[in-house]
Design a protein around this ligand. Structure first.
Ligand SMILES: Cc1cc2nc3c(=O)[nH]c(=O)nc-3n(C[C@H](O)[C@H](O)[C@H](O)COP(=O)(O)OP(=O)(O)OC[C@H]3O[C@@H](n4cnc5c(N)ncnc54)[C@H](O)[C@@H]3O)c2cc1C
Length: 429
């Protein structure tokens, strides 16, 4: 990504907004064709909705294993009691009103030859095009001592729901003077600024709930992270970062932050140079595409799904498009906004394919807001295009200025909240 100034960025976003990714005229040519979407997160739900809106003649079936979707985005606010879990929970009912067939089942197989999707519940669904949007799974074998079983008491809270509630309970009941350790994952992973936003909001919680002697240590295998300068500035301003009394300590990979082993009984974390003892431990493990992607043969040796980044059609199986966190999307991050934007490109690509036309040249957008404390937010916003020569998505980004005024920082928090309402409405309503 390249940085551009605010004016240049506005020009780009205006241009992106005018690209008619979904101004595809509805014609009856796709009539009777079937699209099956696997996964009802922002990637799958948006794809289903926009295909149906663009051509109501196409039968769209969305198969999702959970009765309701619980959003990870803004779940860091829920961790510290600033947002309810209910506010993160979305029903699939409105998608039914668009004429989408919603099936609550778990997909266990996708056969690209017979073009059939099968579910654990014993049903099969045929398709002309399939969209696979299963999000992420964890590499349970990456950190000794941390696995699916131990995550029942040592939360990752990187899938929202019960895990978010568990970590919240632990944060609330931690003694003052205790240490909360966040083990941050290596790239690529869901929500690159997420672990650092989490540390910030937990520090805010400690500061405002009589736990001022408590510490947060981030153990990281990386030497940098997105918006690092803005986070460090926020931590210095609000949580004493850089002083002896800092509430937050970030241990980079080069300083021994890489974690190889944890002891789930004692909560001792073995990092490269020294051991750390936690009162509350939040391990965010290394990640890969959601399991069904691997089962369906859609992943590469690193566990992610290679796609033609112009149409998101799998390069391993034709007729299947992979969207959202599971796919490899050039320089786009694994975010809900990116998944939503990619899904619109997929919808357009599928409509044009089913109608026998060539795909349009897409553009894509993403903004990631981070809330670091009371009335203190910042963002990175980017517009992406498909580079035909390199066959990849490249982007231009703008971040909040380091000298942004308190009013501007406060405004970013309200932008984050209205972005949340907009993405929910655009994806599921
Ligand atoms: C703490 C945190 C904060 C975040 N904050 C932001 C933010 O501020 N902005 C932002 O843009 N992004 C944010 N994100 C990232 C965002 O949540 C993800 O990038 C986004 O959810 C990805 O969407 P997706 O549709 O690819 O996958 P998901 O949202 O994971 O949806 C996948 C769906 O597929 C279903 N599924 C999986 N396998 C199957 C199967 N076999 N059969 C049926 N259904 C299946 C799952 O149940 C799930 O509902 C945050 C993430 C975290 C963890």
């Amino acid at each position: 990504m390249f940085n551009v100034n605010r004016r240049g960025f506005l020009k780009l976003t205006t241009a992106a907004a005018t690209i008619p990714a979904l101004s595809v005229p509805y014609i009856a040519r796709g009539a009777g064709q079937k699209v099956v979407v696997v996964g009802g997160g922002p990637g799958g739900a948006t794809a289903a909705k926009y295909i149906k809106m663009a051509n109501p003649q196409i039968h769209v079936t969305l198969i999702e294993s959970r009765k309701e979707y619980v959003a990870c985005f803004l779940s860091n606010e829920a961790l510290i009691g600033q947002r309810t879990m209910d506010s993160l929970t979305v029903s699939f009912d409105s998608l039914k009103k668009h004429g989408i067939n919603i099936i609550i089942e778990t997909v266990t197989g996708i056969d690209p030859t017979s073009k059939r999707v099968s579910t654990r519940e014993g049903n099969t669904h045929t398709y002309d095009r399939c969209v696979v949007a299963p999000g992420i799974d964890f590499r349970w074998d990456a950190i000794e001592g941390y696995n699916e079983r131990t995550s029942a008491t040592i939360p990752h809270a990187w899938r929202a729901g019960a895990q978010t509630r568990l970590l919240r309970k632990q944060i609330e009941s931690m003694r003052d003077g205790g240490t909360l350790i966040i083990v941050a994952p290596p790239n690529p992973f869901r929500c690159p600024p997420g672990p650092y936003e989490r540390a910030s909001l937990i520090a805010h919680y400690f500061k405002t709930h009589g736990k001022t002697k408590s510490k947060i240590i981030i153990l990281d295998s990386k030497d940098s992270f997105i918006k690092k300068e803005l986070f460090i500035q926020a931590w210095s301003r609000m949580y004493g970062y850089g002083t002896q009394d800092s509430m937050i300590q970030w241990v980079a990979g080069a300083e021994g932050g890489q974690v190889d082993k944890i002891d789930p009984k004692t909560l001792v974390v073995q990092a490269q140079i020294e051991d750390f003892k936690a009162d509350v431990l939040n391990v965010i493990p290394p990640q890969k595409a959601g399991a069904i992607a691997a089962t369906a043969g859609l992943t590469d040796h690193q566990g992610w799904c290679p796609v033609n980044q112009k149409t998101f059609e799998s390069t391993l199986h034709t007729g299947i498009h992979v969207v959202g966190d599971a796919c490899i999307a050039g320089s786009m991050p694994k975010s809900a906004y990116a998944a939503n934007s990619q899904a619109k490109v997929v919808a357009s690509a599928i409509i044009t394919a089913l109608e026998g036309r060539e795909p349009e040249t897409p553009s894509y957008v993403n903004t990631c807001y981070s809330i670091a404390g009371h009335n203190y937010g910042f963002s990175v916003a980017a517009v992406y295009t498909f580079d035909d020569a390199k066959k990849t998505i490249t982007g231009q980004a703008a971040v909040t200025a380091p000298d942004a005024s308190p009013v501007a920082l406060k405004r970013e928090v309200s932008y984050a909240h209205s972005w949340f309402n907009n993405i929910i409405a655009d994806s599921w309503q």
